[in-house]
Design a protein around this ligand. Structure first.
Ligand SMILES: Cc1cc2nc3c(=O)[nH]c(=O)nc-3n(C[C@H](O)[C@H](O)[C@H](O)COP(=O)(O)OP(=O)(O)OC[C@H]3O[C@@H](n4cnc5c(N)ncnc54)[C@H](O)[C@@H]3O)c2cc1C
Length: 550
């Protein structure tokens, strides 16, 4: 079926029906061109990253071709934990509420040693944020809602059954060879973005590498659908050495549709084919849930993992995003979450360059910004993996000592690492930020993602992030100076006039006084701030933030 003819209700169907959606092949007029058709942006890969990027670009008025060799959504639940920042980005893309409505929201995690709870942690301990710390949602649902949104936007041309077989990078773009069910064709991309996953054929075709560590351990994922409501609350539960799975770790999470994700650490010697057999999975699940538990297996997989990244994400006009650029272990839920942040970092930069508002130097800044973020994710993911799967007797002794101390001592809880969960990177050394010249306290330094806060507008509730413009926003606490009206492409948001900070949370989170101003990028990162802004300072920060001087 032509994907544009799929009825909207098909995207709201059950998990099995959504996974069965089959996006038909549609012949493109490009296939009849004598010479390769030219496109401003081509994205390879309709996973969560490629789709988010395409939607962001299309919402900015760009035309995007998305090529995918497959014709289905992700098989199996795969990524389930989507972070607050990802939801905020998806809000901008028109799908955040959809994800939250279907997903299971959670903020609390608990850590157990054997059958005793060591401690619990709250990932969002304060009020006044629109989105929870996390939702759990099967990746196929997330992709379904993104595909549905993409199909609503006239600028996006998703071509399923289009396998990229060769990429030739050259000045001014890249030439792609594509295989389809009725033959091969070529297209020319002014900009090519490879969102083609961890194995990234594009990376290989260009002779590039992703380097890092492969971890010698195996994990079994069992998604089980319970017949009745389970006794577990909607929290992340992590056990070290539980009685039902001795000497290993176990992670339990709730998903929509009364499905529970259980990750069992197996050790390196486990035979993946044997472990995947239902007769071997079911006793493990019963040991956790109880011998009488009624459930059916929804999906199972045995995985190993690696922490890898490419040295550079930008290669001329070819840019890598998501798993193609970097790969992390699942502990900390950083894979898709960081990939969606890549997409949002890149989208506005490509848009500005394609509109001639900035030079390609702006796209080049995607490299250092997201490579830095990838390093932070890799560091967290590697540490968690080393803690969960100690590789030497000394590491295990250290790990076990930390676990025993954590029961009583807060300092040891900082050492215990069952996966520090995804938070957006603060781009401290961003070339697009203007260093502070005034004194501020708190976390909202240039390079940080703006924190959300509840506001009212004409008496109605709203949120700070929702009130930002699609391009730059100058937030001013109190009346904005008259010259701010002449700033090109900048939305001026006056707190106290256009919107009311009725709980004073925006002022508190941004350490704001009357007159304080924050310049916020299109991807909602702070890039400059002042106690009393001047026109020259703001214009200079804008030039800086669009790489005009690079
Ligand atoms: C078990 C497991 C649990 C996970 N849990 C989490 C989690 O809780 N939270 C989280 O954030 N992340 C998690 N992840 C990671 C997450 O699944 C990935 O980071 C995410 O899917 C990456 O998205 P992507 O769009 O970069 O790539 P992918 O989702 O891999 O998409 C790549 C796309 O490219 C297409 N493609 C490949 N080659 C070609 C070609 N030659 N031509 C055209 N198209 C091509 C593929 O068909 C595919 O659609 C988990 C992963 C696993 C395996």
């Amino acid at each position: 079926m032509n994907p544009r003819d799929i009825p909207p209700e098909a995207f709201h169907a059950s998990g099995a029906e959504v996974q069965a959606l089959d996006f038909g092949y549609v012949r493109s007029p490009d296939q009849d061109h004598a010479t390769p058709a030219q496109h401003p942006v081509v994205v390879i890969g309709a996973g969560p990253v490629g789709l988010s990027l395409a939607i962001d670009l299309a919402q900015r008025g760009q035309r995007v071709v998305v090529l995918d060799n497959d014709h289905k959504l992700s098989i199996g639940s795969r990524a389930i934990c989507f972070a607050k920042r990802t939801l905020e980005i998806w809000d901008r893309l028109g799908v955040g509420q959809r994800m939250v409505d279907k997903g299971v929201s959670w903020n609390l995690g608990k850590v157990f040693l054997k059958d005793e709870q060591l401690y619990e942690f709250n990932l969002l301990p304060e009020e006044g944020h629109e989105r929870p710390a996390f939702i759990n949602l099967q990746q196929y649902y997330a992709e379904a809602y993104l595909v549905e949104r993409a199909l609503q936007l006239p600028g996006i041309d998703i071509r399923w059954h289009n396998k990229v077989t060769a990429v030739q990078s050259r000045d001014g773009g890249a030439l792609l060879s594509i295989d389809t069910p009725d033959g091969a064709y070529q297209i020319d991309a002014q900009w090519l973005v490879a969102c083609d996953g961890a194995r990234s054929p594009t990376r290989q075709m260009l002779g590039l590498e992703s380097k890092g560590r492969i971890f010698q351990d195996r994990f079994l994922i069992a998604d089980v659908k319970l017949a009745d409501e389970a006794n577990f609350p909607t929290e992340r539960w992590f056990w070290f050495d539980p009685p039902f799975h001795p000497n290993q770790s176990v992670l339990l999470h709730r998903q929509p549709d009364n499905v529970w994700r259980i990750d069992f650490q197996l050790g390196w010697d486990a035979d993946p084919e044997e472990e995947k057999k239902p007769e071997n999975i079911i006793p493990r699940v019963k040991a956790l849930l109880g011998a009488d538990a009624q459930f059916e297996l929804d999906w199972a997989s045995v995985y190993t993992f690696a922490c890898l990244r490419m040295d550079q994400f930008v290669h001329g006009r070819v840019v890598f995003a998501g798993d193609s650029a970097h790969g992390v272990s699942p502990f900390g839920a950083r894979g898709a979450n960081s990939g969606v942040q890549d997409a949002e970092n890149l989208a506005w930069k490509l848009d500005w360059v394609l509109k001639g508002r900035a030079s390609p130097a702006l796209v080049a800044t995607y490299g250092p910004e997201r490579e830095y973020a990838a390093d932070e994710n890799l560091c967290n993911s590697t540490r968690a993996t080393d803690f969960i799967t100690p590789k030497s007797e000394v590491s295990r002794l250290f790990r076990d000592a930390a676990l025993h101390l954590a029961r009583e001592h807060a300092f040891a809880r900082r050492i215990v690492n069952s996966g520090r969960l995804s938070v957006p990177a603060t781009l401290y050394a961003s070339p697009l930020s203007t260093p502070d010249t005034d004194a501020f306290v708190g976390t909202q330094v240039p390079g940080a993602v703006l924190l959300d806060a509840p506001l009212t507008k004409q008496g109605q509730p709203t949120w700070l992030l929702r009130e930002l413009g699609p391009d730059f926003t100058l937030l001013v606490f109190g009346p904005a100076p008259a010259w701010t009206r002449d700033l090109p492409g900048v939305k001026v948001l006056q707190i106290g006039i256009d919107v009311t900070d009725h709980q004073a949370r925006a002022a508190q989170r941004l350490d704001a006084l009357p007159g304080t101003a924050y310049l916020v990028r299109p991807d909602q990162h702070v890039c400059a701030r002042w106690r009393t802004p001047t026109e020259a300072a703001v214009r200079s920060a804008l030039a800086h933030a669009t790489a005009a001087a690079l």
